[in-house]
Design a protein around this ligand. Structure first.
Ligand code: FRU
Length: 497
């Protein structure tokens, strides 16, 4: 049997190969759709955020990664670090599939998603070892690091060697947190057509006791819950559970808010909803930072989409970090972290602009592909049926992505059917104007993405867009009447790369 040191050396040899591949792939990558201020892999493929943690003063973001190619293969954990949630440094690949329990399948294999905790000063990763065609094919594993850069897989792996029941549809993506003197783990699970978040507890991260399902689908919430994250949110001891449910398209993300009983390990749902209504938002994970903020990051892509950047030697981005809060009515709100204001450069502001049906209105110096926009429409002075804006417009007006609000129907839409390469489709969300009759929109436009926020964080729509890079126009419109922009602020955002 191999001893621990030679196993460690073997793992590091796999990582060295991954780093070599990344170096070569970076050199040949086409940067047309690379983003200016979003986290992306240096090259190759990226999906879920993993192991989010604020550790010894730094934010760590690990991610599902194939350094060898721009498609999903044997999964590694890529690694980036940030002081401010805005600027990211790439660190060496943290985990490579190197052991029987995380490599060697017929195709699907690797170090799949998981989380991170601090355990006695060690940065400790808890991940799923996945080997297709093996029984059991999903097991839970540990890796540790003293310096937060080089990780060693635990000799006792897997620490959970099989699921509670052999007959199940998935058993992966452990999210671990500490409550009083126990570790709690929620794992994504599916059985008999029902997605579930199942709970294990441990006093040492090594020996785990199965405690049953905290909560499961009522039959309408998907047949497997990927990437569950369960955490306290709000002042009153409430909890929220984020899930990425499978097979209830078009819905790809849900939150449940309610209470979690640490004795029985049961979750009582009080509210449920979507965090984001866009096409490109999946597998959100959160961390608690040293200011007590609950910060969420999600993958800004979706399985099965047309992904034009794949042909360019890379795939995947993370959405901008958001702070989660719980409103009095139990809804979970998400808003971009205030640190993003440090990206702001040239500023344009305007006010009191009347939009007239049939007259698309551009505003001087408001255009670009790396922008933040804050727009306030005064609906009390608007008699249009719809109002909104087009972004990433071509000179001839034939290509654009449209954001519109239907006043009577109280619906917000993002229509990318003429948006360029990639998938089309219309995202939509219900949204009432604020009590003072205003509609406030906040947009973050980055070369191949847009994130839209409205309703004080109640609604977010995140989509990837692949327009011709020359298409940077923005124009505002009203339909069947007039509408008034009370104020508009636009900032150019500086690149982080
Ligand atoms: C979610 C997911 C996880 C899995 C990982 C594999 O996007 O399917 O359930 O652990 O991706 O890369």
């Amino acid at each position: 049997m191999e001893n621990v040191t030679s196993k460690g050396a073997k793992h590091q040899a796999f990582i060295a190969q991954a780093e070599e591949a990344l170096k070569a792939n970076k050199a040949t990558m086409d940067k047309t759709f690379r983003l200016h201020y979003h986290m992306m892999p240096p090259a190759g493929w990226m999906n879920d955020p993993n192991g989010l943690i604020h550790w010894q003063g730094d934010y760590h973001l690990f991610y599902q990664h194939d350094p060898f190619q721009a498609k999903q293969g044997p999964m590694h954990w890529g690694h980036a670090r940030s002081r401010d949630l805005v600027h990211w440094d790439h660190l060496p690949v943290a985990l490579a599939p190197s052991e029987d329990y995380d490599k060697g399948g017929n195709g699907g294999q690797g170090c799949w998603s998981g989380s991170a905790v601090d355990h006695n000063g060690q940065l400790t990763l808890i991940y799923t070892g996945h080997v297709d065609g093996k029984n059991p094919e999903e097991v839970q594993c540990l890796a540790t690091s003293a310096d937060g850069v080089t990780f060693e897989k635990h000799a006792a792996n897997p620490v959970i060697g099989g699921s509670p029941d052999e007959e199940r549809f998935g058993f992966r993506d452990p999210k671990v947190w500490r409550h009083e003197d126990l570790w709690y783990m929620v794992v994504g699970y599916g059985k008999d057509g029902l997605g579930k978040g199942i709970i294990y507890t441990s006093s040492d991260l090594m020996n785990w006791e199965y405690r049953g399902a905290a909560v499961e689908s009522d039959g309408t919430m998907g047949d497997m819950w990927e990437c569950p994250d369960l955490f306290p949110l709000g002042e009153g001891g409430q909890h929220a559970l984020l899930i990425s449910p499978m097979n209830i398209a078009p819905i790809k993300n849900l939150y449940l808010s309610g209470t979690f009983d640490y004795e029985s390990c049961r979750f009582e749902k009080q509210q449920m909803g979507q965090i984001d209504y866009g096409f490109d938002f999946y597998a959100p994970q959160t961390l608690l930072d040293d200011q007590g903020r609950r910060i969420m990051i999600a993958w800004m892509n979706i399985w099965g989409a047309v992904m034009p950047e794949q042909a360019h030697g890379w795939l995947g981005a993370m959405m901008l970090p958001r702070e989660l809060t719980l409103a009095a009515d139990g809804t979970v709100r998400s808003n971009p972290v205030p640190e993003l204001a440090t990206l702001r450069g040239a500023h344009v502001s305007a006010s009191g602009i009347t939009l007239v049906d049939g007259e698309p209105t551009a505003i001087d110096n408001v255009q670009g592909d790396s922008l933040e926009l804050a727009i306030v429409f005064d609906l009390s002075q608007s008699d249009a049926s719809e109002l909104g804006l087009r972004i990433r417009c071509s000179e001839d007006g034939s290509s654009y992505t449209e954001i519109r609000y239907a006043i009577a129907g109280q619906k917000l839409y993002m229509d990318r059917n003429l948006g360029g390469a990639g998938d089309g489709g219309v995202s939509e969300a219900s949204l009432a104007p604020s009590e003072d009759g205003r509609l406030q929109l906040r947009l973050f436009i980055d070369r191949s993405s847009v994130e839209l926020f409205a309703g004080e964080g109640l609604v977010a729509i995140t989509n990837r867009l692949y327009p011709d890079p020359a298409n940077v126009g923005i124009s505002f419109f009203a339909r069947q009447g007039t509408a008034v922009i009370e104020s508009l602020d636009a900032w150019e955002l500086k690149p982080i790369w």
